[in-house]
Design a protein around this ligand. Structure first.
Ligand code: TXA
Ligand code: MG
Length: 355
């Protein structure tokens, strides 16, 4: 299969581009498109065969369910049943936006989207191109992140092609995605709302609407079966080994600097994912010529760090790094999502310098 790429102005997609994408989706094909979080790999959410093609293209295990994207609130009632008032309140507050709600699945919605569970995850994206596509095709679109399984999510069309060229029909290139980490996945099927994956909408934001919301991502070293979709520790990983440092800033930077010298002495290629302030500290130590540096953004600017994170991980992979060093940027707000992605990129290899 040859993958076509259409470059489109996200604010003003041409009717031709939308018609072509819509035609492919209605025929059961695969179209990657930008959302405000990351690029999605889309298929008709009501077509089990089309959804099956997503799993094949991504090499995704069959027990990991897929988010259904919608453009209109009425489509929620088509996909889910017994929708609790909390879901309506959250949709009102955060849709369109980076919040995915896990609800009970309506009859007629294919098993494949939920990997056999009786739930369904639904999100109304805010990105203008995603919205235009959903409106044009007038179907819910099932879309996981447009990367191969366990790789960092795609935040540009080039990332999509890096992983999926030749495996999907079309990429709508609408430029880089503005948030850069995935949506928050909130489970509303239990007694209290639980964040399964921290993401673009923060826990603090959710608690302002539903105070009883808790954060409970689980990290599993091995595939624990159908009870634990999307919770594998290895996820969002570059090919390089990632080490995640945590602790007070000064001690953390000292330990990271020692580690650069140790690894460089072994002739290993070292990559650094740094906040702008940290990059200055490394430069003062004369270490920036011993390692490949990717600056993410100001240390308190979690939005900038999130936007750059996956591109920076992929860039260090392209440059052939053996090891990537990064530090914890805090757990407040978007920091919770950053910590989650870094922990998974590191496959749990955390160095706590204060211990
Ligand atoms: O921002 C996003 O959420 C992006 C864009 C494209 O919308 N999508 C995305 O999809 O990140 P994916 O498949 O890479 O991650 C979806 C997560 C997975 O961890 C999956 O296990 C979880 O949502 N999920 C999906 N359906 C679920 C369900 N029915 N129950 C529990 N978790 C579910
Ligand atoms: Mg994903």
């Amino acid at each position: 299969m040859k993958t076509r790429v259409l470059t489109v102005d996200p604010e003003h997609p041409t009717p031709e581009a939308l018609a072509e994408a819509g035609h492919i989706l209605r025929a059961g094909g695969l179209v990657a498109f930008p959302t405000e979080t990351v690029y999605g790999l889309g298929a008709n959410a009501l077509d089990a065969d089309a959804l099956g093609r997503i799993y094949a293209a991504k090499e995704r295990p069959a027990n990991d369910p897929i988010i259904a994207h919608i453009a209109r609130i009425e489509q929620l009632d088509q996909l889910a049943r017994d929708i609790p008032p909390a879901a309506r309140a959250l949709a009102e507050a955060f849709w369109p936006g980076a919040l995915t709600l896990v609800l009970k699945r309506a009859p007629g919605v294919p098993d494949t989207i939920a990997a056999g569970r009786d739930t369904v995850a639904v999100r109304m994206p805010a990105h203008p191109l995603a919205r235009a596509l959903l409106q044009a095709v007038d179907l819910p679109i099932g879309a996981p992140s447009a990367n191969t399984f366990t790789r960092p999510s795609a935040t540009t069309a080039a990332h999509v092609l890096e992983d999926l060229d030749g495996r999907i029909d079309l990429v709508l290139d609408g430029g880089p995605t503005p948030i850069g980490v995935e949506s928050t996945v909130l489970d509303l099927t239990g007694p209290a709302p639980v964040v399964l994956r921290p993401g673009g909408v923060t826990l603090e934001d959710l608690q302002a609407v539903l105070p009883e919301t808790t954060l409970a991502p689980r990290y599993l070293a091995e595939d624990a079966g159908t009870d634990a979709p999307g919770q594998l520790l290895k996820h969002y990983s570059p090919r390089a080994r990632v080490l995640l440092f945590t602790g007070s800033r000064a001690a953390t930077l000292t330990r990271m600097q020692e580690e650069v010298q140790r690894l460089a002495a072994q002739r290993l290629a070292v990559g650094l994912l740094l906040a702008a302030e940290d990059a200055e500290a490394f430069a003062e130590q004369g270490l920036t010529n011993r390692a490949a540096v990717e600056v993410l953004g100001g240390e308190d600017d979690h939005a900038a760090i999130s936007r750059r994170l996956f591109e920076a991980l992929r860039a260090l992979d392209r440059r052939g790094m053996d090891t990537i060093l990064v530090r914890d940027f805090g757990r407040e707000g978007l920091g919770a999502a950053l910590w989650d992605r870094l922990l998974r990129a590191a496959e749990g290899r955390v160095v706590d310098v204060d211990r």
